[in-house]
Write a protein that binds this ligand. Structure first.
Ligand SMILES: NC(=O)c1ccc[n+]([C@@H]2O[C@H](COP(=O)([O-])OP(=O)(O)OC[C@H]3O[C@@H](n4cnc5c(N)ncnc54)[C@H](O)[C@@H]3O)[C@@H](O)[C@H]2O)c1
Length: 330
């Protein structure tokens, strides 16, 4: 396929573009290179005809429409996949405007331009956080009500609604994916798992919010990317697909698991790392638990997560050990 990707220099976008090129797809990537975007993640793909980079903002309507109408080497795009976003919940608490600008206005700009340019399909990458927190047991389904609590998740929910309105209004083929917390290579060190790994390697205190009992579900990034490919290939216009991993864990336990994996990989005593844990004041509005029921994606797309948490975590830890200059520059 001939794909237009946005936010391809971020964590999930980088992993997706690399897999897409490996699978024989052609990708043009528009990225604004915010603090979270690293052009060099994909530099090795640049000499191939399969990948091209455009430095630009998804809120720039003229730019995105021009790129969409041009296609790639004159060949029309088959789909737009929007990974670009302001993605860090902590930052959103103090920057609601920036988050709304990129996540809502940027997405609206893209989907409108994509329809105008007659690109056959638009895929919006969203998050489980649009459903808000789910206490106790049980999991959100596709049609659970949207009850986001942070400026980040509310801007993502707003984007989802705008995207879906293009299906209701015009019958335009839009598809939305919502997934749980991703982990893997190329994730910016401000996020939880890379924070743990990089602070431990630097011998710094590792913060744990509140009582450490907030629960998250973890999905290896390549499994998420596979879900996006299946959405492109087997999804239906107007539908929403959920992707989650097989591991749901309290943050305190996750922190210890990551440190144990790091110690194992690094030949260190885990207790050296564990002694660095520091309980800090909780984040305001911190959702207690996220959980998705992704059985419908198994039925409709044939998708299941294929990487166990143990295997994915070891691969992630190894990547940060082998790419110290990457995260030290971040
Ligand atoms: N990381 C997760 O665990 C997770 C989970 C569920 C959903 N998501 C969603 O997946 C997508 C990708 O997340 P990520 O973790 O890779 O994010 P990221 O922060 O690592 O990367 C975001 C990328 O978007 C680019 N960008 C930001 N604003 C832009 C703009 N205005 N114009 C063009 N480019 C811009 C950045 O430069 C960066 O390359 C996001 O939409 C996010 O909401 C992420």
């Amino acid at each position: 396929m001939n794909l237009l990707v946005t936010g391809g220099c971020g964590f999930i976008g980088t992993n997706f573009v690399r897999l897409a090129v490996l699978r024989g797809h052609t990708v043009i990537n528009i990225d604004a290179l915010t603090y979270a975007g690293r052009r060099e993640n994909l530099d090795d793909l640049a000499p191939t005809n399969a990948y091209g980079f455009i430095h630009g903002d998804i809120c720039d309507g003229d730019l995105v429409e021009r790129v969409m109408r041009q296609g790639s080497n004159g060949v029309p795009f088959d789909a737009v996949i929007n990974f670009a976003a302001e993605s860090h919940v902590d930052r959103s608490i103090y920057a609601a405007r920036t988050f709304s600008m990129t996540n809502v206005i940027g997405t609206a700009t893209l989907v409108e331009a994509a329809r105008n340019a007659e690109i056959p399909m638009f895929v919006q990458i969203s998050t489980d956080e649009v459903y808000g927190s789910i206490e106790g047991k049980g999991s959100f389904k596709v049609d659970s009500p949207l009850e986001p609590s942070s400026p980040y998740s509310s801007s993502k929910a707003g984007a989802d609604l705008v995207v879906h309105s293009f299906y209701s209004t015009w019958g335009y083929d839009v598809r939305i994916t919502r997934c749980t917390n991703n982990y893997g290579p190329y994730q910016f060190p401000e996020k939880f798992i890379p924070t743990i790994i990089t602070k431990a390697l630097k011998g710094e205190r590792i913060p744990l919010y509140g009582d450490g009992k907030h629960i998250r579900n973890w999905l290896f990034v390549e499994d998420h990317c596979e879900g996006v490919f299946r959405t492109l290939e087997k999804g239906e216009a107007g539908d929403v697909y959920l992707f989650g991993g097989d591991t749901e864990m309290e943050n305190g336990k996750l922190l210890r698991e990551v440190l144990k994996a790091l110690a194992l990989e690094n030949g260190q005593d885990p207790e050296t790392y564990i002694s660095l844990i520091e309980h800090v004041k909780d984040r305001p509005g911190h959702d207690r638990r996220y959980s998705l029921d992704w059985k419908a994606s198994k039925k409709e797309l044939g998708w299941t997560p294929s990487t166990s948490f143990e295997v994915g975590l070891r691969a992630t830890v190894r990547w940060y050990l082998e790419n110290r200059t990457w995260w030290e520059r971040a």
